[in-house]
Design a protein around this ligand. Structure first.
Ligand SMILES: [Zn+2]
Length: 200
C-alpha cells in the first residue's frame, strides 16, 4: 500500500501536490480540498494516498432502518469468511461502516464545520474527501455487541483480540494503530482489506 513519501527530516517543507494531468479523480479532489480550505499538500503531509471510489459494490449488511452497507466484492467475500471464522469461536463481528463516497465524506466535514469544529479537529478523526479508505469499498469499521461503536473501548473486547490474532489470515490489517504517522487518532475498529496471494 502506498502511504506516500516518508519524511526523512521533520523540518523539510511540505511538498505540494498538484493534480497530475489526465487524472480526473485527483483534479476533483484538489477542487474539494480547496473548497474546504484544506492545504493542497494535505495528502503528502499526512502520508495519506488518494483513495479512488470503488467501481463495483455489493451489499454486505442491511441495517434495521433499511440502509445498505456496501463493500467491494472481494472484500465482501473476505468479510464473510472473517465473520464466519470468528463466529465459530463465539466471536460476533458487526459491520458498522463500509463504502463511503467522496460526496458523503464531504458532507461529514461540512456538517462538523457548521457545528463549529475546526478543520484541525475534524481531520484527526475524518480523512479529507478523497483520502478515506472507505471510498475504496475495502475498509470496514467493525463493532461487537456490548461495545459502543467506533470507540477506543473496542480495543478491550474479545472481538479485537480475535482480530489481532486472525484478521491478517483473511487479508485485513489495522490501518491506524496508536502513534500512526497519518495524524489520525487510534482506530482499533477500522481495518482494511489488502488481500493476499491465494486470498479467500
Ligand atoms: Zn473507518
Amino acid at each position: 500500500m502506498n502511504f506516500g513519501r516518508r519524511p526523512g527530516h521533520a523540518s523539510l517543507p511540505a511538498p505540494t501536490v498538484s493534480a497530475p494531468p489526465n487524472d480526473p479523480f485527483a483534479e476533483r479532489i484538489a477542487t474539494e480540498l480547496q473548497a474546504l480550505g484544506i492545504a493542497p499538500g494535505y495528502g503528502e503531509q499526512r502520508q495519506l494516498a488518494l483513495q479512488p471510489e470503488a467501481s463495483e459494490l455489493v451489499t454486505a449488511r442491511v441495517l434495521k432502518d433499511g440502509r445498505e452497507l456496501k463493500l467491494a466484492p472481494a472484500t465482501a467475500h473476505a468479510w464473510q469468511a472473517l465473520t464466519t471464522a470468528a463466529a465459530a469461536e463465539n466471536i460476533t463481528l458487526l459491520l458498522i461502516s463500509g463504502f463511503r463516497s467522496v460526496a458523503y465524506q464531504r458532507s461529514i466535514l461540512d456538517r462538523k464545520l457548521a457545528e463549529g469544529q475546526t478543520l484541525e479537529q475534524i481531520l484527526q478523526v475524518n480523512a479529507a474527501p478523497g483520502f478515506s479508505e472507505h471510498h475504496t469499498g475495502r475498509a470496514v469499521d467493525i463493532g461487537t455487541p456490548g461495545c459502543p461503536p467506533l470507540t477506543e473501548a473496542f480495543e478491550a473486547t474479545l472481538a479485537f483480540a480475535w482480530l489481532a490474532r486472525r484478521a491478517a489470515d483473511f487479508g485485513f490489517r489495522l490501518s491506524f494503530p496508536r502513534g500512526n504517522p497519518h495524524g489520525v487518532i487510534y482506530e482499533p475498529w477500522h481495518w482494511r482489506h489488502h488481500g493476499r496471494a491465494g486470498a479467500l
